[in-house]
Design a protein around this ligand. Structure first.
Ligand code: AMP
Ligand code: MN
Ligand code: MN
Ligand code: MN
Length: 285
């Protein structure tokens, strides 16, 4: 069970990935992934295509989503796994969460224009696969295309982040709302890439305790952006809060992602994998 090659965090063109759901399924299967979830930002529209492609390949599939949440002045990502993707309250909640993205993108372009970078709104839109989902990643691709930055990682060091041109604060979903949408739709809510948030220890403790109080049950211990030390640290956190452990690459693109699909360390043996609790939710032919 622990040694299953599960990749439960990845993005397609339905949010800010560069591969269509079908191509992502083929790539995951080709890379040796045995259980896969597509987790587009704030959107479940790619799941039927991903599911069909995965099942045709004989690749076990879980529904997934990555919900943007505002907590203690920071954006936190909550991954949902194994839910009913037709659930009306979940779909309405995600639609509301997506709602302000286009207006935010216009403000981001204005901020970049003030820093001398013109045409960013139209430029970013050329990378967008889903008109309801303009993200910072699409702006980052435009800034690489125009030679402003070397690669997308360099973009986020100089632009689009707090204190830098192109950053526009945004109010996302509430933590309790996101956890409840996922849980009420039959899924399991998981805190994504916990080491990426700039929280004090007190704020982080509040995030985990409130998450659990709302019914959240998992944490990503193994993710593409965690160092070995961070994996060990959040393995301890999983035990401290009695959380299931998840594993996912957060793959976005063959050109941009540092971690390939499924190319991750195994979960530490002392943890309970989230897929153990989702066995009845896995879709296969
Ligand atoms: P948004 O939901 O529009 O705020 O965009 C967030 C997305 O930007 C994340 O899901 C990542 O794909 C990307 N991103 C944010 N920060 C970074 C970073 N430091 N390095 C690389 N990608 C980032
Ligand atoms: Mn992303
Ligand atoms: Mn994320
Ligand atoms: Mn992600």
């Amino acid at each position: 069970m622990h040694l299953l090659n599960a990749d439960l965090h990845s993005h397609s063109t339905v949010s800010d990935g560069t591969l269509a759901p079908e191509a992502l399924a083929r790539r995951a299967h080709g890379a040796g992934v045995e259980l896969w979830a597509l987790t587009d930002h704030d959107e479940v529209g790619g799941l039927p295509r991903a599911r069909e492609a995965a099942l045709d390949l004989g690749l076990d599939f879980l529904t997934g989503v990555e919900v943007s949440v505002s907590f203690a002045g920071e954006t936190v990502h909550i991954v949902g796994l194994g839910f009913d993707a037709d659930d009306e309250a979940l779909r309405a909640g995600l639609a509301a969460t997506r709602g302000g993205r286009t207006e935010r993108a216009r403000l981001m372009a204005e901020s970049l224009a003030a820093a001398g970078i013109r045409g960013a709104f139209e430029g970013a839109l050329r990378y967008v696969g889903n008109p309801e989902l303009v993200s910072r990643t699409h702006f980052a691709r435009f800034l690489v295309e125009t030679g402003v930055c070397e690669d997308t990682h360099a973009v986020f060091r100089r632009y689009l982040t707090p204190g830098n041109p192109g950053y526009v604060p945004h109010r996302w979903a509430g933590l309790g709302d996101a956890v409840r949408w996922i849980t009420a739709a039959g899924g399991i809510a998981v805190i994504a890439h916990p080491a990426r948030y700039r929280f004090t220890p007190t704020e982080e403790y509040a995030l985990f305790s409130e998450f659990v109080a709302h019914g959240g049950r998992g944490v990503e211990v193994i993710t593409g952006s965690h160092t070995t030390a961070e994996q060990l640290r959040y393995a301890d956190t999983a035990l401290e809060f009695d959380l299931l452990a998840s594993r996912g690459s957060d793959f976005h693109s063959p050109d941009e992602s540092r971690t390939a699909l499924g190319a991750l360390p195994d979960l530490p043996g002392r943890l309970t994998p989230v897929w153990q609790a989702l066995a009845g939710h896995v879709q296969r032919r």
